[in-house]
Design a protein around this ligand. Structure first.
Ligand code: AMP
Length: 111
């Protein structure tokens, strides 16, 4: 979607430190990390957030979810990690292209 920063990262128009990509998803380092390892995993397809998913996204979302563990492990998070996705105003979402934060590499605050 034009004007979407994460679409621009997925297309290569905007630089990011990409750690994994395939035909469906891209993972890159958050530019303002909140943990020693802080990655964002996005679908290439522009989807606003979990509230905007429909049935046609089932396979894509399964792929994204199934990829989180291997992406985290590849970045050294062998002891586990946190994966979260902020959804809408109530979830304090800032970038309206769905993304899963992967956080780890230190003692995370309890939730
Ligand atoms: P949120 O929408 O609140 O779940 O968070 C958006 C996240 O995207 C924040 O952690 C930002 O630091 C991160 N972010 C925004 N723009 C970029 C960018 N161009 N490159 C890397 N991370 C970004």
């Amino acid at each position: 979607m034009s004007g979407c920063i994460f679409c621009k990262i997925a297309s290569g128009e905007v630089n990011a430190e990409i750690v994994y990509q395939d035909d469906k998803i891209v993972a890159f380092k958050d530019h303002a990390p909140k943990a020693p390892v802080h990655l964002l995993v996005i679908p290439r397809k522009h989807i606003r957030n979990l509230n905007a998913l429909d049935e046609s996204d089932t396979e894509l979302m399964a792929h994204l979810m199934m990829s989180l563990s291997s992406i985290a492990k590849e970045q050294g998070l062998l002891d586990g990690f946190r994966a979260i996705t902020n959804t809408g105003n109530g979830g304090r979402q800032e970038v309206y292209h769905m993304h899963f934060h992967i956080l780890g590499g230190g003692r995370l605050p309890a939730m």
